[in-house]
Ligand binder design. Structure first.
Ligand SMILES: CC(=O)N[C@H]1[C@@H](OP(=O)(O)OP(=O)(O)OC[C@H]2O[C@@H](n3ccc(=O)[nH]c3=O)[C@H](O)[C@@H]2O)O[C@H](CO)[C@@H](O)[C@@H]1O[C@H](C)C(=O)N[C@@H](C)C(=O)N[C@H](CCC(=O)O)C(=O)O
Ligand SMILES: Nc1ncnc2c1ncn2[C@@H]1O[C@H](COP(=O)(O)OP(=O)(O)OP(=O)(O)O)[C@@H](O)[C@H]1O
Ligand SMILES: N[C@H](CCC[C@H](N)C(=O)O)C(=O)O
Ligand SMILES: [Mg+2]
Length: 491
C-alpha cells in the first residue's frame, strides 16, 4: 500500500522527509518482529518506550517510522500526536476496514464477557452463520482456534484477525471488549453493530483510578456505537437493567437500547426461574413471544448471560427456535463452573471467579443446592487490583465452611504478602493459608466427604501459574483429578 494513502488518514501529522515514493508491505509495533518494508509505530508502553527501538526497527528493514517525537533514524519519520490512535487508523486502513463487512458484537462488563460470547457463538452457529470469536480463552474462526495474549488484542492484531475472518467468509463476530482495550484505544475504528453491557463491580483498580473511571472506560463501547441512525443497518445497545450503572451506559449511546433483566422492568426478562444442581429452567419473555428454557448452566448469573445473548440474537433476526435450541444444548465454557467428575461422591467445581462479585455469585449458587460442607480454594493475582483482595477473602469465608487461601499468579509480588493482604482485618477464622496451590487443592480434596462441594476458583481455563517472570504449567482441573484419584486409591 502507498504510505501517503495511509498517512493521509491521520489528518494531522508532519513528515521529516518526502514519503511519496514509499510503499509499505506491512505494519509493525515490535521492533524485533519488523520485516522488510514495514511501517514501524513507536508506542509508549507501560514497561518500555517504543521510541527507543526505532533504530532497531530501521536495522530490521522498516521503511518509515510513526512516532510522537523525533527519533534518530535515516528513514522518514511521520510525527503524530498519539501513535496508538494513529496505529488504529492505520491498521483499519491497511486491512481495508474489515469490520464494515462483518456483523460485530462487542461484549463488555466486569463478569460474563467470555460466557456471553460463547453463548452467542452457539446461537449463531445454530442459525447456520459462520462465526468468529475473540476473547480471553482464544480467537476462533469457525472451529479453528488461535492463541491470544490479551482478552482484547492490540489494534494491529485485531484488524489483521478481522481481515482473516472476512477472507474466510465469517458473517458474525462476537468479541470481548475489556476496559483496558477501550481505554487504550485498541478498538478505535471498529464498526460495532451490537454492544452488550453485562455488569460492573470491583476489579482492575490497579489500572483504573477509581470505579468512576472504570465505568467511563466501559461506556466508551456505547459512545463508539455508530454516530448516526442508519435505518438500513441499525445498531443496538443491550444493557442489563438490573445493574446499578445501567442508566449511565444507556445515556452513553445514541443508538437503540434494548434492556434485559430479572428484577427490574426490561424489554427481555426471565420469569419462573428455578435453579438446581442440574442447571436452570426459566421462561424468557420478549415482545416476539415467550420461550421456556431448560439449561444445564447453573446459577442466576447464567440466566443473566443467557438473557444478554438472547437479546443480541433477537436484534440480529435469529429465530426464537434457534435461540432456544442453542441455550438448551450448551454445556458451558471451559473453566466456567466446570465440574471435575472422576466418580467421587463429593462435588468439585473449577471456576474463573476472580472478583468479589463473581466469587459471591458462584458460592451462593453452590450453597443453594449443597447439603454438605463447602470448601473454596482461592487466591488473588499479583500485580493486579490490591483492594479486591480482602473483599474476595471476606466473600470466601462468608459463604464457605472453610476457605483455603493460596496463590493465583503472584507474578512479581511475594505470594505470602498477597495472602496477608487478603486476610488483613478478617473477622472470621474459618480459613487456612497454604501458599502452594497444588498443596491447597490436595488438602481440599482430602477434606471433602460425601455431599460436600469443593470450589477451585480464579484460574478456570488457565494452564499456568506465573511466579516472578516464570510461567509454570498448572491446571486446576488436572491437579484436582490427580488428587481425587490418589484419594480413591488410598480408599
Ligand atoms: C498494561 C497493558 O495493557 N499492557 C499491554 C501493553 O504492554 P506494555 O505497555 O507493557 O508494552 P511495552 O513492553 O512497554 O512495550 C511498548 C512498545 O514497545 C515495543 N517494543 C518493546 C520491546 C522491544 O524490544 N521492541 C519494541 O518495539 C512493544 O512492542 C510495544 O509496542 O501492550 C502489550 C502489547 O500490545 C500488551 O500485550 C500488554 O498487555 C499485558 C500483557 C497485560 O497484562 N495487559 C492486561 C492488563 C490487559 O490488557 N488485560 C485486559 C483484560 C483483563 C480482563 O478483564 O480479563 C485485556 O484485554 O487483556
Ligand atoms: N453475568 C455474570 N455475573 C456475575 N458473575 C458471573 C457472570 N457470568 C459469569 N460469572 C462469574 O465470573 C467468572 C468469569 O466469567 P467470564 O469468564 O464469562 O467473565 P469475563 O467477563 O470474561 O472475565 P475476564 O474479565 O477475566 O475476561 C465465571 O467463572 C463466573 O464465576
Ligand atoms: N484477565 C484477568 C484475569 C486474571 C485471573 C487471575 N487468574 C489472575 O491472574 O489474577 C487479569 O489478568 O486480571
Ligand atoms: Mg473473559
Amino acid at each position: 500500500m502507498k504510505l501517503r494513502e495511509l498517512v493521509e488518514r491521520f489528518f494531522l501529522y508532519q513528515t521529516t522527509k518526502n514519503i511519496d515514493s514509499i510503499f509499505i508491505k506491512g505494519i509493525a509495533i515490535d521492533s524485533r518482529k519488523v520485516g522488510n518494508g514495514d511501517l514501524f509505530f513507536c508506542i509508549t508502553g507501560f514497561t518500555v518506550d517504543g521510541h527507543d527501538f526505532a533504530k532497531q526497527a530501521e536495522a530490521n528493514g522498516a521503511c518509515a517510522i510513526v512516532a510522537e517525537k523525533p527519533v534518530d533514524v535515516t528513514i522518514p519519520v511521520i510525527i503524530v500526536n498519539n501513535s496508538s490512535r494513529a496505529l488504529s487508523i492505520a491498521a483499519n486502513t491497511f486491512f481495508h476496514n474489515p469490520t464494515n463487512k462483518l456483523q460485530l458484537i462487542g461484549v463488555t462488563g466486569t463478569n460474563g464477557k467470555t460466557s456471553v460470547t460463547y453463548l452467542l457463538e452457539e446461537i449463531f452457529q445454530q442459525s447456520k452463520k459462520k462465526t468468529g470469536l475473540i476473547g480471553t480463552i482464544q480467537m476462533k474462526i469457525g472451529d479453528t482456534s488461535y492463541n491470544v495474549k490479551n482478552t482484547t488484542p492490540e489494534a494491529l492484531y485485531l484488524q489483521k484477525s478481522f481481515r482473516q475472518m472476512v477472507e474466510e467468509n465469517v458473517e458474525t463476530v462476537m468479541m470481548e471488549v475489556s476496559s483496558h482495550a477501550l481505554d487504550l484505544g485498541r478498538v478505535y475504528g471498529c464498526d460495532f453493530d451490537i454492544a452488550i453491557f453485562t455488569n460492573l463491580s470491583q476489579d482492575h483498580l490497579d489500572y483504573h483510578e477509581n470505579m468512576g473511571d472504570y465505568l467511563h472506560a466501559k461506556s466508551l463501547l456505547f459512545s463508539q456505537l455508530g454516530n448516526r441512525y442508519d435505518l438500513t443497518s441499525p445498531k443496538f445497545a443491550i444493557v442489563n437493567k438490573d445493574d446499578s450503572n445501567a442508566e449511565f451506559i444507556i445515556k452513553s449511546t445514541a443508538q437503540h437500547v434494548i434492556t434485559y433483566g430479572i428484577d427490574s422492568e426490561a424489554d427481555i426478562t426471565a420469569t419462573n426461574i428455578e435453579l438446581n444442581a442440574n442447571g436452570s429452567s426459566f421462561t424468557i419473555c420478549t415482545s416476539d413471544g415467550n420461550m421456556d428454557i431448560t439449561s444445564r448452566l447453573m446459577g442466576k448469573f447464567s440466566v443473566y448471560n443467557m438473557l444478554a445473548a438472547t437479546a443480541a440474537a433477537i436484534c440480529s433476526g435469529v429465530s426464537l427456535r434457534d435461540i432456544k435450541s442453542a441455550l438448551e444444548l450448551t454445556t458451558g465454557v471451559k473453566g466456567r463452573f466446570e465440574p471435575v467428575a472422576t466418580g467421587q461422591p463429593y462435588g468439585v467445581i473449577v471456576d474463573y471467579a476472580h472478583t468479589p462479585d463473581s466469587l459471591e455469585n458462584v458460592l451462593t449458587t453452590i450453597r443453594s443446592f449443597s447439603n454438605g460442607n463447602v470448601y473454596v480454594v482461592v487466591g488473588c493475582g499479583g500485580d493486579r487490583d490490591r483492594s479486591k483482595r480482602p473483599l474476595m477473602a471476606q466473600v470466601a469465608v462468608n459463604y464457605a465452611d472453610l476457605a483455603l487461601f493460596t496463590s493465583d499468579n503472584p507474578r512479581s509480588e511475594d505470594p505470602d504478602q498477597i495472602i496477608n493482604d487478603m486476610i488483613n482485618g478478617m473477622d472470621k477464622t474459618n480459613y487456612e493459608v497454604i501458599v502452594d496451590r497444588k498443596e491447597a487443592i490436595n488438602r481440599s480434596i482430602r477434606l471433602a466427604k460425601e455431599n460436600d462441594i469443593v470450589l477451585i476458583a480464579g484460574k478456570g481455563h488457565e494452564t499456568y501459574q506465573i511466579i516472578g517472570n516464570e510461567v509454570h504449567d498448572f491446571n486446576d482441573k488436572k491437579v484436582a483429578e490427580d488428587a481425587i484419584i490418589q484419594k480413591i486409591g488410598k480408599g
